[in-house]
Design a protein around this ligand. Structure first.
Ligand code: OXD
Ligand code: MN
Length: 647
C-alpha cells in the first residue's frame, strides 16, 4: 500500500503505475508496450523485498524487468537520449559508454562483509600488520553507513527489479537473485552477464533468493551535472555483503563488479559462503574443455590472478595439431561433487565482462569474433568510422587515416599521444553464446566433469612451466601460496610479486583460514574422486637472456596436453621437491617452431624455492596467523624439508 502512495507522490504519472514508462516516453522512443505487471503479481517474498527497499529508497517508478528484446531496445534508446550510451554503427547493436573517470574499477577498500563475529569474515593478522584478506564491518556500523546513504537515494529515478539466475535456469547448481537498481546501464549489462527476466520469476515461485540492492547514489535533481552523464557518488561508495541475510547492498558506483552484483559479489563472495554452508566450491576459475586428436575430451578449471590472460586461455586456439579447446566460462566456476563422486562445474555467468586493452586477433581471435554484435563497451576509444579502439589494436589503424577519440574525449588522439586511448580497465560486456568456441555442454544443468584444477601466476623467476602436486593437500598449499607479478601501484617503482591465494584475495566471502579447511575437508569425504592439482607459469624469463622462455598463447595447449596425460596416469612425470614436472621429451613439441630451453624452463632452483618457503611462511604468519590449518603448516614444512634434502 505504502508503495503505491509513494509512487503517486513522486511519479510524474497522473495515476500510480508500477512501470517505468510514461506515454510521452513511449512516443519519443519506440513502440515499447508498457509492461502490464504489477508488483502484486510478484511472489510475496519478492514483493515484500521490493516494497521494503522502495520505501527506503523512494524511487519515482518501479519497472519489473522481463528481459525481452523490446525492453532492452527501449532501455538503450532511453540511455542514448540521456547521453549514457552511443551506438557503434560499425557493428550490429554495439554501444559505447564513458563513465565518470572517478568510477572505473572495483573498489576493494570500500568493499565489506558484515557479520556479528569478525573472525567469521577475516583472519586476525599478526600485531601491527594490516590485513589484506578482506574488510569486515560490524552490523551496527553497516546499519549506520546504509542509513546515512539509502533513504531517498533513488528519488526521481526508476527502480528496476531484475530477476536473474546465476547458472542455467533450473540447474540444481544454479541460484536466483533479485537485483534492485536505479541504473539502466546495469540492467542492460545484467541482461548480458546473467539469465535475466520473466522466466526467472516463474522459476522462483515463492522460494528464497539472494537480495541485491544497488544505487548510483545520486537522487534527482542532482546539484551539478554528472560527468559524462554518469551519475555516481565516489566519496560515499560502499559495497556491502550481509551473509546472514543473503543480502548485498551497493551504493555510489555504477561500474563493473561494484554494480553488476551477480558477478563478484554474489557468485564469488556470497557464493563462497553458500558453498561452505552447502558443501561445494565457488571459485575464481575459468572452465575449458580440451579434446585430443583421438577425440578424448577432458575439462579443466584454472585460477589465475588478474593480468595473467585468463580469458585468453579460456578461448584458446591450440597450436598442437588435431587438438580442440572449447570454452565453458572465463571467470567463475561453481563446482560440486555429484552422487558418483565426480566434481562437476557450471559457469554461473551468461556473458564475458572482459578487459578490452590487449585483446586482439593475435591474443584472442575468438573474443574478437564474439564482440562484433550485441556488446556494451565501456571506457574504450572510438574510431571516426564508428568502431572501437584500444591498446593492442594498433594494426587496425596503422597507415590509415582514421580519427580516434580517446575514452577521455580527446578527439585528436594519435599513436603518439602520451596517454592511452582507453582506460586500462576498460571492458567489453558480451553474450557468451556468441563465442564461436562455446562448449556444447556449457549450459548443461548437470555441469561438466572436472579432471584437473590448475593454479597459475605470472612468475618471471624460479617457477617451472608446469608441475603437479603430490596429492590434494599439497595442491591446497599450492593454491594458498599463489603469487603473481602485478604492476605496482603508481607510487612504487617496477613490478612486485603479490600474494593472491587461490586468485581469490579480493573475493573471499569468509575467513581465508576457514576456506583452506573447507578445501582440505574434501579429502576426508568418502566417494569423492578428487581431481589432480597443477601449477602453471607461462611467464618465466631466462636468467641471462631476460626473455620469456615459453611462447605462451596457443602453445599452452602443449601444457594442457601434458596435464591430460597425467590425469590418465601416464608415466610422463619425474619427482622434484616441489612436485612432479614433465620427464624430458614428454611435452609434445610437434609443429613448435621455436627453440625452447626446456632445461631452464623446468629447473627448480633450490635457493629460490627455500626463499619462496620463507615468504609463504611469513605471509601465512602475518596475514592468517592462528587460522592457518595445521595441515597447511605441515605441507609447507614438508616442502621445505624436501628442498633441504635435495642436492
Ligand atoms: C574481473 C576481476 O574483473 O577479476 O574479472 O577483477
Ligand atoms: Mn575475475
Amino acid at each position: 500500500m505504502y508503495l503505491i502512495q509513494r509512487l503517486s507522490t513522486y511519479s510524474h504519472h497522473s495515476t500510480p503505475v508500477v512501470s517505468q514508462i510514461c506515454n510521452s516516453c513511449i512516443r519519443s522512443l519506440s513502440a515499447y508496450a508498457v509492461p502490464k505487471e504489477n508488483i502484486s503479481q510478484l511472489s510475496s517474498k519478492v514483493k515484500s523485498y521490493v516494497e521494503e527497499k522502495a520505501k527506503i529508497c523512494e524511487p519515482s517508478d518501479i519497472h519489473i524487468c522481463d528481459g525481452s528484446d523490446k525492453e532492452n531496445n527501449y532501455l538503450l534508446g532511453l540511455m542514448q537520449k540521456q547521453g549514457i550510451v552511443e551506438p557503434l554503427p560499425k557493428y550490429e547493436n554495439c554501444w559505447l559508454t564513458q563513465t565518470d573517470p572517478a568510477d572505473v574499477a572495483r573498489v576493494e577498500s570500500l568493499t565489506f562483509i558484515s557479520t556479528h563475529n569478525k573472525r567469521d569474515t577475516i583472519p586476525t593478522p599478526k600485531d601491527g600488520i594490516k590485513g589484506t584478506l578482506g574488510n569486515w564491518m560490524s552490523p551496527e556500523d553497516l546499519n549506520n553507513a546504509l542509513n546515512e546513504r539509502l533513504p531517498g537515494c533513488m528519488k526521481g529515478r526508476t527502480m528496476y527489479v531484475i530477476p536473474f539466475s546465476m547458472g542455467p535456469i533450473g540447474s540444481p547448481l544454479s541460484k536466483i537473485g533479485i537485483q534492485l537498481t536505479d541504473s539502466p546501464y546495469v540492467v542492460a549489462s545484467m541482461r548480458i552477464m546473467t539469465r535475466m527476466g520473466a522466466n526467472v520469476l516463474e522459476r522462483l515461485q515463492n522460494d528464497e533468493f539472494i537480495k541485491c540492492l544497488h544505487s548510483v547514489g545520486q537522487p534527482l535533481p542532482m546539484k551539478t551535472q554528472p560527468i559524462n552523464n554518469w551519475p555516481c557518488n565516489p566519496s560515499k561508495t560502499i559495497v556491502a555483503h550481509i551473509p546472514e541475510n543473503n543480502e548485498i547492498c551497493s551504493f555510489g558506483s555504477g561500474y563493473g563488479g561494484n554494480s553488476l552484483l551477480g558477478k563478484k559479489c554474489f557468485a564469488l563472495r556470497l557464493g563462497s559462503i553458500l558453498a561452505k554452508r552447502e558443501g561445494w566450491l565457488a571459485e575464481h576459475m575459468l572452465i575449458l574443455g580440451i579434446t585430443n586428436p583421438e577425440g578424448v575430451k577432458k575439462y579443466i578449471v584454472a585460477a589465475f590472478p588478474s593480468a595473467c590472460g585468463k580469458t585468453n586461455l579460456a578461448m584458446m586456439t591450440p597450436t598442437l595439431p588435431g587438438y580442440k579447446v572449447e570454452c565453458v566460462g572465463d571467470d567463475i566456476a561453481w563446482m560440486k561433487f555429484d552422487e558418483n563422486g565426480i566434481l562437476r562445474a557450471i559457469n554461473p555467468e551468461n556473458g564475458f565482462f572482459g578487459v578490452a586493452p590487449g585483446t586482439s586477433e593475435k591474443t584472442n581471435p575468438n573474443a574478437m569474433k564474439t564482440i562484433q554484435k550485441n556488446t556494451l563497451f565501456t571506457n574504450v576509444a572510438k574510431t571516426a568510422d564508428g568502431g572501437f579502439y584500444w591498446e593492442g589494436l594498433e594494426h587496425h589503424i596503422k597507415g590509415k587515416n582514421i580519427g580516434i577519440t580517446s575514452w577521455l574525449g580527446d578527439s585528436n588522439w594519435t599513436l603518439d599521444s602520451d596517454k592511452p586511448s582507453s582506460h586500462p580497465n576498460s571492458r567489453f560486456c558480451t553474450p557468451a553464446k556468441q563465442c564461436p568456441i562455446m562448449d556444447p555442454a556449457w549450459e548443461d544443468p548437470k555441469g561438466v566433469p572436472i579432471s584437473a584444477i590448475v593454479f597459475g601466476g605470472r612468475r618471471p623467476k624460479g617457477v617451472p612451466l608446469v608441475y603437479e602436486s603430490f596429492n590434494w593437500r599439497h595442491g591446497v598449499l599450492i593454491g594458498a601460496a599463489l603469487r603473481s607479478e602485478a604492476t605496482a601501484a603508481a607510487e612504487h617503482k617496477g613490478k612486485v610479486i603479490m600474494h593472491d591465494p587461490f586468485a581469490m584475495r579480493p573475493f573471499f566471502g569468509y575467513n581465508f583460514g576457514h576456506y583452506l579447511q573447507h578445501w582440505l575437508n574434501f579429502e576426508k569425504k568418502s566417494n569423492t574422486k578428487l581431481p589432480k592439482i597443477f601449477h602453471v607459469n607461462w611467464f618465466r624469463k631466462g636468467e641471462t637472456s631476460g626473455q620469456f622462455l615459453w611462447p605462451g598463447f596457443g602453445e599452452n595447449s602443449r601444457v594442457l596436453d601434458w596435464i591430460c596425460k597425467r590425469v590418465d596416469g601416464q608415466d610422463v612425470a619425474q619427482e622434484t621437491p616441489i612436485g612432479f614436472t614433465p620427464k624430458k621429451g614428454t611435452i609434445n613439441t610437434e609443429g613448435l617452431n621455436e627453440n625452447i630451453d626446456f632445461e631452464e624452463l623446468f629447473s627448480v632452483p633450490k635457493d629460490f624455492w627455500l626463499e619462496e618457503c620463507d615468504r609463504i611462511r611469513n605471509y601465512f604468519t602475518e596475514q592468517v596467523n592462528n587460522d592457518v590449518p595445521d595441515e597447511v603448516w605441515n605441507q609447507l614444512k614438508q616442502l621445505q624439508q624436501r628442498l633441504q634434502q635435495h642436492k
